[in-house]
Write a protein of this length. Structure first.
Ligand code: SF4
Length: 454
C-alpha cells in the first residue's frame, strides 16, 4: 500500500491510509501460503544501483560524517518522534508504536533508515527496522528463548551446545534492533558488555576443553566493541592452540557498513583464519557501501557468508531470494543459510509456513548456480539444533533403483549400485581365474571396503 510523498516533519495528522497489516479489529489478515505468495513479479531495478534516501533524509550531513560509523552509531533513531520526522506514521499509529517500544525498543542507524522507501508501507527494509503493533497483538505466540540458549550456557555468555564449537556472547548491544531478532528477550536489559572477568572465565572454559576447535563470537553485535577491545579478545582466543577457526557473527556490513574500516580489517587479518557470517535479507540491502565493506573483508582474508531469515513480506518469494542470492554472489558473499524465522515472541507476524521456504528452494535449485542456493534450516526449539529441509526429489526407492524428480519435475530412474562385498569380489576373481589377486576385507569379513593386492 502506498502513501503520499513524505517530507521531514510531516505526517502528524490523520490520513486515510492505514497499514495493510491491521484491520479494524486489530486482527491479522492471514494470507494462505499459496503459490501467489511465493512467486511474485520480479522487480525491475538491479539492487546495487538503487539510490538511497541519504540526500533526502540527511542532505545536511557531510561526506566525512556520513562515512564515520561512530556518528551513525551515536545518532541512531531510537524514538517514535524521531522516526516520524522521516517516515510517514499516522498519529494513532505513533501511539501504538510507543506502546510497542516500551516492550521492544527501537533503534535504526541513519544509514539503514536511508534504505527505506518512506512512501511504501510494505517496504521490506521498513518491516525489518520499524516496530509493528503486531509485535504486541500477536505477542502471546512463541516463546522468549526458543533455542533454549540459557540451558546450554556453561559460564555466563558462553553457549556450548555442539561438541566442537562454542558461542561467545560478548554484548547485547546492536546498531539496529531487527524486528525479527531471536534474542529479542535481551532488549529489555539496558546495554551491557561482558566484563574482563567474564571474558576470562569464558576463555578458561575454552582452554580446558580441547574438543573445541571453533569459537563463534557473537552478541548482540560484537562489532559494537571498539577494535582494540575486540582485538584483546580475539588475540587471546587465537593463542589457544586447539582453536582452529574463529567466526564472527555481525550485521554491521548490512546495517552500518562504514564500521568495516581499514583499522578493523587490518586487525582481523592478523588472526586468520577468521570467518565472518553476516545477515542480508533483501536485495535492497546490497548497496555500494555494503559491497565495499564485504570487499574490504575479503581482501583481508576474511571469507564472508550470509545467513538470511525468511520473513513474510520481506523475502518470501522465489524472485526476491533469487535476486538476493545472485546479488550476494556478485559481491562475493556466499549464501549459506536461509533460516525459518524462529518462534520468538513478538515476531509471529513475520513468520511464514515452513512450506514457503521449501518452495523457495525448489524454485531456485536448477534455475541458478548451486552456489547461490542456501540451505534452508529450521532451528529446533528446546535447543534441538538445526535441521536442513529441502524439496523431496526422491519419489521412490528400492535396493535396485531410485525414482528421482529433477528440477523441472521430470521423473527419472536411477540404478542404485549394489554393495560390493568381500565374498562377491572373491567370486568375481575366481571367474576371472586370477589366482595371484588377493582380496582382503578391512575389518569384518563382509565389510564394504575391500583391498585388492597382487
Ligand atoms: S543484529 Fe542480530 S542480534 Fe542484533 S538485533 Fe539484529 S538480529 Fe538481533
Amino acid at each position: 500500500m502506498k502513501t503520499s510523498v513524505a517530507t521531514k516533519g510531516q505526517f502528524t495528522s490523520k490520513s486515510e491510509t492505514r497499514p495493510a497489516e491491521i484491520n479494524s479489529g486489530n486482527e491479522v489478515e492471514e494470507e494462505p501460503p499459496g503459490k501467489s505468495a511465493i512467486y511474485s513479479d520480479p522487480e525491475e531495478e538491479p539492487p546495487s544501483n538503487r539510490a538511497s534516501n541519504r540526500y533526502r533524509f540527511f542532505g545536511h550531513i557531510s561526506d566525512s560524517t556520513w562515512n564515520d560509523w561512530r556518528w551513525h552509531f551515536r545518532d541512531r533513531i531510537t524514538s517514535v518522534e524521531q522516526l516520524a520526522q522521516f517516515i510517514p506514521i499516522l498519529i494513532e499509529e505513533q501511539a501504538q508504536l510507543r506502546l510497542v517500544t516500551m516492550r521492544y525498543p527501537l533503534s535504526v542507524t541513519p544509514y539503514y533508515l536511508s534504505l527505506i522507501n518512506p512512501d511504501d508501507l510494505d517496504d521490506p527494509i521498513r518491516k525489518q527496522a520499524i516496530p509493528s503493533i503486531l509485535e504486541m497483538t500477536m505477542g502471546s505466540m512463541g516463546v522468549e528463548d526458543p533455542l533454549d540458549e540459557k540451558r546450554d550456557s556453561v559460564v555466563p555468555g558462553l553457549v556450548h551446545r555442539y561438541p566442537d564449537r562454542v558461542l561467545m556472547v560478548l554484548t547485547n548491544i546492536c546498531p539496529m534492533l531487527c524486528r525479527h531478532c531471536t534474542r529479542k528477550r535481551e532488549w529489555r536489559n539496558s546495554g551491557w558488555v561482558r566484563t574482563s572477568g567474564e571474558i576470562e572465565a569464558m576463555l578458561d572454559y575454552v582452554r580446558q576443553h580441547k574438543v573445541i576447535r571453533d569459537v563463534i563470537i557473537s552478541g548482540g553485535d560484537p562489532l559494537t566493541l571498539s577494535t582494540s577491545h575486540l582485538e584483546s579478545i580475539i588475540s587471546r582466543v587465537r593463542r589457544i592452540r586447539h582453536i582452529e577457526i574463529i567466526r564472527i557473527g555481525t550485521r554491521f556490513p548490512v546495517v552500518l557498513p562504514q564500521r568495516i574500516d581499514n583499522e578493523l580489517c587490518t586487525m582481523l587479518s592478523k588472526y586468520n583464519p577468521i570467518w565472518l557470517n553476516t545477515h542480508f535479507n533483501h536485495p535492497h540491502e546490497i548497496t555500494p557501501e555494503a559491497e565495499e565493506a564485504c570487499d574490504r573483508l575479503l581482501r583481508s582474508g576474511v571469507p564472508v557468508n550470509n545467513q538470511s531469515v525468511l520473513m513474510r513480506g520481506v523475502n518470501d518469494t522465489v524472485e526476491t531470494m533469487l535476486r538476493l542470492c545472485q546479488g550476494l554472489l556478485r559481491i562475493k558473499v556466499r549464501p549459506y543459510y536461509l533460516f525459518q524465522c524462529d518462534e520468538v515472541q513478538g515476531t509471529e507476524h513475520l513468520r511464514t509456513p515452513v512450506e514457503v521456504g521449501i518452495k523457495i528452494i525448489e524454485g531456485m535449485r536448477g534455475y541458478t548456480s548451486g552456489l547461490a542456493v542456501p540451505t534452508f534450516v529450521v532451528d529446533l526449539s528446546q535447543g534441538g539444533g538445526k535441521i536442513p529441509l529441502q524439496p523431496d526429489y526422491v519419489l521412490a526407492r528400492t535396493k535396485e533403483e531410485l525414482l528421482l524428480k529433477n528440477y523441472e519435475g521430470h521423473v527419472f530412474r536411477y540404478r542404485n549400485p549394489r554393495e560390493q562385498t568381500h565374498s562377491k569380489l572373491t567370486a568375481v576373481a575366481s571367474l576371472l581365474n586370477e589366482p595371484e589377486l588377493h582380496f582382503e576385507s578391512e575389518g569384518a569379513k563382509d565389510a564394504d571396503r575391500v583391498i585388492v593386492r597382487s
